[in-house]
Each structure stands twice: as structure tokens, then as C-alpha cells.
Write a new protein. Structure first.
Length: 83
């Protein structure tokens, strides 16, 4: 994940999901499918989906994440088209 700023100066973290993962055979949970996969699948022109991190600091520290990736951080999941 990369930390960036948008055209309005807002900080966000950029993550990319490969288009090849957007199929019915992929092992997605029901929540992932409705909140992420279906949104991209049903809106082919959608460039990204924005989420706010809600996990607690102690929960986030269990993972190898950037130090400034905190509760309240914005994450944009971008679709990357695969040929």
C-alpha cells in the first residue's frame, strides 16, 4: 500500500485489486463480494472504492502495515485491468 494525496489534499492509502480476481470462482466472503467485487463488476467504469479503516490500533499492530496506517485512515481500492 502506498500513501498518497488526492487533488483536494486529502491523504489516502492506495491498494490495487487485479481484474483477474473479479470472477465468481474466486474464494471471496459474502461481505467481500457485496462490498468490493460486485461494486466493480456492476460498474465497469468505476476507478476506485473508498473505505475508512475502523479496526482498533491494537488490531492493526498485528499486521505489517505502514506506521501511519491508523483507525480513520482512508483506503482507496483501485481496479487494475488485466489483459
Amino acid at each position: 500500500m502506498k500513501q498518497l494525496r488526492d487533488e483536494r489534499g486529502r491523504t489516502y492509502f492506495r491498494a490495487v485489486i487485479s481484474d483477474s480476481k473479479l470472477n465468481a470462482g474466486s474464494p471471496w466472503t459474502a461481505n467481500q463480494k457485496s462490498e468490493l467485487i460486485d461494486v466493480f463488476k456492476n460498474n465497469p467504469d468505476k476507478k476506485y472504492i473508498e473505505f475508512e479503516v475502523r479496526s482498533s490500533k491494537s488490531e492493526l499492530q498485528k499486521f505489517n502495515l505502514p506506521e501511519n496506517f491508523l483507525t480513520g485512515s482512508i483506503v482507496r481500492i483501485y481496479r487494475e485491468d488485466v489483459l
